[in-house]
Design a protein around this ligand. Structure first.
Ligand code: GDP
Length: 444
């Protein structure tokens, strides 16, 4: 999957930052140096990386720490926001005309990028939204493309307009628009011919089609696996033909993903969709914010923080945070935190949004079973106050007594105590989540 290595590297950088209570300027500098290396290795364009790092650095220095975030988290937030900005901030869609007026969409790109497949995928999406699309086979130089489009169109019940490989693409496109008009169709998606490399004839042909049928939206399809080349292709197509948006294909593959981060910044055009596989359903709308979260491996951390801030009882949260920091978190606090989490919409919903926990959800399943909470409460109520505040006291004979008192087996007590220790560790890793200090970022 794309971005795996980038995500891993960034997470390592952030882990180091999070473990620090205060950040010095050199902490931030060295962290950003690692972020820079990670982005370059992910094949993000050098120019983009440079601007990105400068912008993060500028904001990190002299930044007020927001309520509820520690300095490390603050830097992560800045990186997150900059990533979103880099990818265009807003989700952009193909602009379609209203009602029965025909919107002509032209698919352009190099051979093998995924134009024909994507044309069919987009037609399927538009059909599902109630549009009446027509697919047009203008790739006359690769006869297999015509059949490929016909097969894919048929699978989705979408008509494909083709005139074989002897007619000129411009004429086919014109006839197709006429046909669409006659049939009351409102979107015409023209699949054009690609070449292995950028070539002047291809560009001229695209311009001719654009003029002949008044193309409303030109969509460039680029292959994410080609990294920086994808960005160069986007720049050239935009200069020569003019494009409105980009579809980045093969993001499901083993790509380093840098193209997704560079395209908007370099050619100024947004990514509309990303291709996530060969199946016709494997096309996703591109959301810059979700992509940033995914790249950072953060889950939906911002929503979690917002939720925590909106719901937690401030003084209790502060007290709890102190305890977490000092690792004095005991069973009573566990009960309290479970109650707080319930208020936030359930334990599993909170854990699901927590950074880095995606893959570890299974280990934590025992902790998120809300039905199980009553048994845990019973075990906690069978503990002495000293045991509740200091779990280290729990030797075998005490556990035996607790099991009897709660009406559970010793094995269950052991399991719970072990899980509790895991939770304690986890909570130590996320201090500052609750409402906390306000002040300057570390040493700045
Ligand atoms: P065209 O020459 O630009 O029309 O490219 P095609 O549509 O023929 O696609 C080339 C190859 O890439 C085909 O084997 C497609 O199945 C494959 N392909 C297209 N999009 C994706 C994608 O998002 N993910 C993966 N894994 N393969 C894709």
């Amino acid at each position: 999957m794309a971005f795996e290595s980038l995500t891993e590297k960034l997470q390592n950088v952030f882990k180091k930052l999070r473990s620090k209570g205060r950040l010095t300027e050199s902490d931030v500098k060295s962290a950003l140096k690692e972020v820079k290396m990670a982005l370059l290795e992910a094949d993000v364009s050098f120019k983009v990386v440079k601007q990105f790092i400068n912008s993060v650095q500028e904001q990190a220095v002299g930044q007020d720490v927001m309520n509820g975030l520690n300095p490390g988290q603050m830097v992560i937030k800045i990186v997150n926001d900059e990533l979103v900005k880099l990818m265009g901030s807003e989700t952009t869609e193909i602009t379609l005309k209203q009602g029965n007026e025909i919107t002509v969409v032209m698919m352009v790109g190099l051979q093998g990028a995924g134009k024909t497949t994507t044309a069919a995928k987009i037609a399927g999406k538009l059909k599902a939204k109630g549009r009446k699309p027509l697919l047009v086979a203008c790739d006359v130089y690769r006869p297999a493309a015509i059949t490929q489009l016909q097969v894919n169109g048929e699978k989705q019940g979408i008509e494909v307009f083709a005139m074989g490989d002897k007619k000129k693409p411009v004429d086919i496109a014109k006839a197709a628009v006429e046909h669409a008009r006659g049939q009351g169709m409102n979107v015409v998606i023209v699949d054009t011919a690609g070449r292995l490399h950028i070539d002047e004839d291809m560009m001229q042909e695209l311009i001719a089609i654009r003029e002949a049928v008044h193309v409303d939206q030109s969509l460039l399809v680029v292959d994410a696996m080609t990294g920086q080349d994808a960005v160069n292709v986007a720049e050239t197509f935009n200069e020569k033909v003019g494009i409105d948006g980009v579809v980045l294909t093969k993001l499901d593959g083993d790509t380093r993903g840098g193209a997704a981060l560079s395209i908007k910044a370099i050619c100024g055009k947004p990514i509309f969709y990303v291709g996530m596989g060969e199946k016709l359903s494997d096309l996703e709308q591109f959301y810059p914010d979700r992509m940033a979260s995914r790249i950072l491996g953060m889950g939906d951390v911002m929503s979690l923080i917002e939720k925590a801030q909106a719901n937690l009882d401030e003084s209790k949260a502060k007290e709890m945070e102190q305890k977490m920091r000092k690792a004095q978190f005991g069973f009573d606090d566990y009960l309290e935190s479970m109650n707080q989490m319930k208020k936030m919409g359930g334990i599993s919903s909170v854990l699901g949004m927590m950074p880095g926990l995606g893959g570890k959800m299974k280990d934590l399943e025992g902790m998120v079973d809300e039905k199980d909470l009553a048994r845990k409460e019973a075990m906690i109520y069978s503990m002495t106050p000293a045991e509740r505040s200091n779990p280290d006291l729990l030797n075998p004979s005490r556990k035996n007594r607790i099991a009897k008192g709660a009406g559970v087996t010793v094995a269950e007590v052991n399991r719970f105590v072990k899980q509790f220790e895991q939770t304690r560790k986890m909570m130590k890793q996320m201090p500052g989540m609750m409402k906390g200090k306000k002040g300057k970022l570390g040493g700045f």
